[in-house]
Design a protein around this ligand. Structure first.
Ligand code: HSE
Length: 342
């Protein structure tokens, strides 16, 4: 049986969701994948840390977090050093997302890759800013860096295109990549005011810590950069995106679809034109025949326009603890497959 030791950097909603998923799928991992997982390290900047080379008791840690809001009183001294020296095979990088500098996540990922450890991550900053560099570093060190959950959370998207649809040429991508905006726009269609809809989206936990990233289109811009760089061989940055968000829209402008015959959506797109890929994020009016017009609430979707398959659209959850944890689970299993397939 293959054994993999994991270390978590960050133990917020996504980290805790993944810990719960590992617990609930433990027997499936052993019986169907011949894989035994042990978590040896959990480090969280706010909640403390736990290190146990013999395997952390996840049920105990999760119970403590629920009861006391923390893992321990012990705080990490130097996370990068702990990542370098730690006794584990795979870093679960689910630390704080900063889409401007991508730090400290980039440093954590580099420390892991340089010390021969695989990385699975849902952090959007690092692939948006340094995808090629990090993938190069992984290759140099003979390890894997996977980040499926950065776009559409656990709904297959990056790996669907780069692995299941291997060989297709994608000439454009259009997507609903931000659940918060999609939720707000739909609420506004029903007559709810912008502020009230945003407050509810925050209460439901869809929005980023600073919702400006959602409503001004930065989150969607980050995700379309990841898609274009990964799937269309572009080399673009968030500042290259022609971006506008949903701030300032009024309910009057977003008429009910049955009255107006169209739906208002925040669309992120990437189009190849003369060897160049152009990126846009902005409000579009879609006819009801467009598959993206019928993607409602906090759901996300992406349509890939390809040479051999025509249009392929995926629709599914784009946020949430369990759905995002699923992306880490599939990345972990993909790494295990690569390590055990001859
Ligand atoms: N704030 C993001 C959204 C979360 O609303 O889609 C997932 O990246």
């Amino acid at each position: 049986m293959q054994e993999l030791k994991l270390a978590f950097i960050g133990f917020g909603t996504v980290g805790q969701g993944f810990a719960r998923l590992l617990q609930s799928k433990e027997s499936i991992l052993i019986e169907e994948h011949d894989l035994k997982i042990e978590v040896t390290t959990i480090i969280d900047k706010v909640m403390g840390m736990v290190v146990d080379p013999g395997g952390v008791d996840l049920a105990n840690v999760l119970a403590r977090v629920e009861r006391d809001g923390k893992i321990s009183n012990e705080m990490e001294v130097d996370s990068r050093q702990m990542i370098k020296d730690g006794n584990f095979d795979v870093l679960v990088e689910v630390s704080f997302t900063d889409i401007e500098t991508a730090e400290p996540a980039i440093s954590f990922i580099k420390a892991a890759l340089q010390s021969g450890k695989h990385v699975i991550s849902t952090n959007k900053g690092p692939p948006a800013l340094a995808m090629k560099e990090l993938e190069g570093l992984a290759k140099e060190n003979g390890v894997y860096y996977r980040y499926e959950g950065t776009v559409l959370s656990g709904t297959p998207c990056l790996n669907l295109s780069s692995e299941a649809m291997r060989g297709v040429s994608i000439h454009s991508i259009r997507g609903i990549l931000n659940g918060t905006c999609n939720y707000i726009l739909e609420e506004m269609e029903q007559g709810t005011g912008y502020e009230q809809a945003l407050n509810t989206a925050q209460e439901l936990g869809y929005a980023e810590a600073d919702p400006t990233a959602d409503v001004e289109g930065f989150d969607a811009a980050t995700k379309i950069v990841i898609l274009a760089n990964k799937l269309m061989n572009a080399n673009l940055r968030v500042s290259d995106v022609d971006r506008s968000g949903i701030v300032g829209l009024t309910t009057d402008e977003i008429k009910k679809p049955d009255e107006s015959g169209f739906k208002t959506k925040l669309i992120a797109s990437a189009h190849r034109k003369n060897e160049k890929v152009n990126l846009q994020v902005g409000v579009n009016k879609l006819t009801l025949a467009d598959p993206l017009a019928n993607v409602n609430g906090v759901l996300n979707a992406a349509t890939f326009s390809t040479d051999t398959l025509g249009d392929v659209t995926v629709i599914g959850p784009g946020a949430g603890s369990k759905a995002t944890a699923q992306s880490l689970f599939s990345d972990l299993l993909a790494i295990n497959d690569k390590l055990t397939t001859y």
